[in-house]
Design a protein around this ligand. Structure first.
Ligand SMILES: Cc1cc2nc3c(=O)[nH]c(=O)nc-3n(C[C@H](O)[C@H](O)[C@H](O)COP(=O)(O)O)c2cc1C
Length: 389
């Protein structure tokens, strides 16, 4: 047994305890490893470390995007082929995301990434949403958002499944020409069927970009939301590696010397430095530089605004993101203007009016799109850290 096999065997035992706890048995399924057994970055779970199909699919699902990289997911493994997904009620963003709408979108992002991942191994996935009902925040973390059952049907690999590890948010300056309607249509087609409605803007972007900028300034100047960002910020590579989540200066698109200077200037997250006028002004300068290079805007909205709308639009977002990755584009969500806290009420209404969105319709996601250098790859936590009984 070589070291890799030994490690792999070790993780089977660890995780197997959870499976045995819920079913009393662990029916192993034959598996072909294929070409995806390693995660080259070393920053994310490696599906090759697990033998159970459900754990391989979960390991791939963990590559999904989530607001502030909170990864607010809990997994209850039922057996080799089934699991339940819960939101992690200890990883919410109450100031920035009072209804936990974005947290549930993150659950949808996980589901879509996991389902695509399972297809690499020939498994289709059946997803049942809120199988025990879901009424309000008392259910967060207590009742499942979804139950996922894999079936070995030998289905073809999802054409977007090759881009799971490569998909990244880029907050960098975007290069080249505007995204054309034709190129956008190609992304929509490759993303496939969408539950939410997409809007594309590549002309007359100025009023939207102005709203994005002002909304970002409100988020930065509102103590509670700015403080929440500080809490999710990771101020050194050691901290990023140790915690495996959150956002940081390199994730904001800074590289090399500028990255080092910017990171140092934040003094390891010192409270007063973070909230200082100087830091907010510097942040806003960077925001403007990025926004000025926007090559198109994509907006997702739903006809209603309930838990399922949130989860399904998360799935839509991930499919579109993977189509973007496939074609060399990056996305950068700019969700400040749609957030549901009182300081944002004015700007949120302004954006809704501009897009003729009327309640109960809801904008679920807005992004800038373009081509950039490859950004810094964000970390994920280890798979066992999300497991629950
Ligand atoms: C629902 C949702 C909302 C997000 N909102 C923002 C946002 O407003 N601004 C931003 O810069 N990134 C936003 N992101 C991107 C996340 O910060 C990003 O996915 C996370 O840091 C992980 O990085 P990755 O996408 O490169 O894997 C959002 C992602 C999701 C899923």
């Amino acid at each position: 047994m070589n070291r890799k096999e030994f490690l792999r065997y070790g993780s089977i035992i660890t995780v197997g305890a959870f499976i045995a706890g819920s079913t009393g048995a662990s029916a192993m399924t034959a598996f072909t490893e294929g070409e995806y057994s390693t995660n080259a970055s070393g920053k994310r779970p490696d599906p090759g470390d697990f033998d159970q199909p459900i754990l391989k699919a979960i390991a791939l699902g963990i590559n999904a995007p989530s607001a502030h990289n909170t990864q607010s997911w809990k997994f209850k493994v039922i057996n080799d082929l089934e699991m339940e997904l819960y939101v992690d009620e200890n990883m919410l963003l109450p100031a920035t995301d009072p209804p936990s709408r974005q947290i549930h979108m993150g659950a949808g992002c996980f589901i879509e990434t996991m389902v695509m991942g399972a297809s690499r191994y020939g498994y289709s996935a059946e997803v049942s949403y809120f199988p025990e009902g879901y009424a309000n925040e008392a259910d967060f973390g207590v009742k499942p958002v979804a139950r996922v059952a894999l079936n070995q049907t030998g289905i073809d690999k999802d054409p977007l499944a090759d881009f799971i590890e490569a998909r990244q948010t880029s907050r960098m300056k975007y290069k080249g020409s505007l995204l054309s309607q034709r190129d956008y249509d190609k992304l929509v087609k490759q993303a496939g069927k969408s539950y939410s409605t997409l809007t594309f803007i590549n002309k007359g972007m100025a009023p939207y970009l102005d709203i994005f900028y002002r909304a970002m300034e409100i988020e930065s100047r509102t103590y509670a939301t700015n403080e929440e960002t500080r809490e999710m910020f990771r101020f050194s590579e050691e901290e990023r590696k140790a915690k495996g989540d959150g956002i940081s200066i390199p994730q904001m698109g800074y590289k090399g010397m500028i990255e080092r200077i910017a990171e140092k200037s934040l003094k390891n997250g010192d409270h007063d430095t973070w909230h200082s006028e100087k830091n907010i002004k510097n942040t806003m300068k960077g925001i403007k530089k990025g926004l000025d290079t926007t090559k198109g805007i994509v907006i997702w909205h739903t006809a209603t605004n309930d838990f399922k709308d949130w989860v399904l639009s998360g799935r839509d977002y991930v499919r579109f993101s993977h189509a973007a990755t496939k074609n060399g584009y990056f996305l950068h969500p700019y969700n400040q203007a749609i957030q549901e806290y009182k300081e944002m009420d004015g700007v949120r209404k302004e954006l809704d009016a501009l897009l003729n969105i009327k309640s109960p319709q809801k904008i679920q996601m807005l992004v800038r799109i373009g081509k950039s250098d490859t950004p810094y790859l964000s970390y994920r936590r280890t798979l066992d850290s999300y497991l629950t009984k």
